[in-house]
Write a protein of this length. Structure first.
Length: 169
């Protein structure tokens, strides 16, 4: 218990000032040695470790810059590939649409030619032709194209269909 009472009697500001003075004194003693070692070109473990850490930091920084440049280059290539893919997909889509339009057009024109040649056409075939024409018109309007070739053919098909309905087939 007496030891604890003695702790309360310690002058803490005096102890703090003493510790600071001791640290400053140690620094004053070590400083000339560091200066002499530096002037002589000697390297201590502490200095070597510090230099190695500095070199490691520089190498890491260079590698990070190189990695960032590589990343930017890869992003540029990725954007170029994306643009190429968009272009290719657009071309394929256009080709598909052209083929679909041509298929519908051919089907309608072929049926109109068959009707014009005098062959008998079934009711389902005529309904299918009208349905195909509606699909054809939808694709044409969706893509801003002009319908010029199929108008006469669909008129022939519709006239034949109406005639068959009147006859009650």
């Amino acid at each position: 218990m007496d030891a604890i009472k003695e702790l309360w009697n310690i002058n803490f500001p005096y102890v703090l000032i003493s510790v600071i003075i001791i640290l400053l004194g140690a620094r004053a003693v070590v400083s000339p040695f560091e200066w002499a070692i530096d002037r002589l070109g000697l390297e201590t473990k502490w200095m070597r470790r510090r230099r190695e850490e500095h070199d490691l930091l520089l190498n890491t920084s260079k590698n990070l810059i190189a990695l960032q440049e590589k990343h930017m280059e890869d992003m540029k290539r990725s954007d170029e590939h994306d643009e190429e893919m968009r272009t290719d997909i657009k071309k394929l889509t256009d080709l598909f649409i052209d083929k679909q339009i041509n298929d519908y057009r051919w089907e309608i024109i072929h049926l109109a030619d068959t009707i014009s040649s005098g062959k008998n056409i079934s009711k389902e075939c005529l309904r299918h032709a009208v349905s195909t024409y509606e699909k054809y018109e939808k694709i044409i309007t969706e893509h801003g194209l002009v319908n010029g070739e199929v108008e006469i053919s669909i008129e022939v098909i519709r006239d034949n269909y109406q005639q068959k309905l009147k006859e009650g087939f």
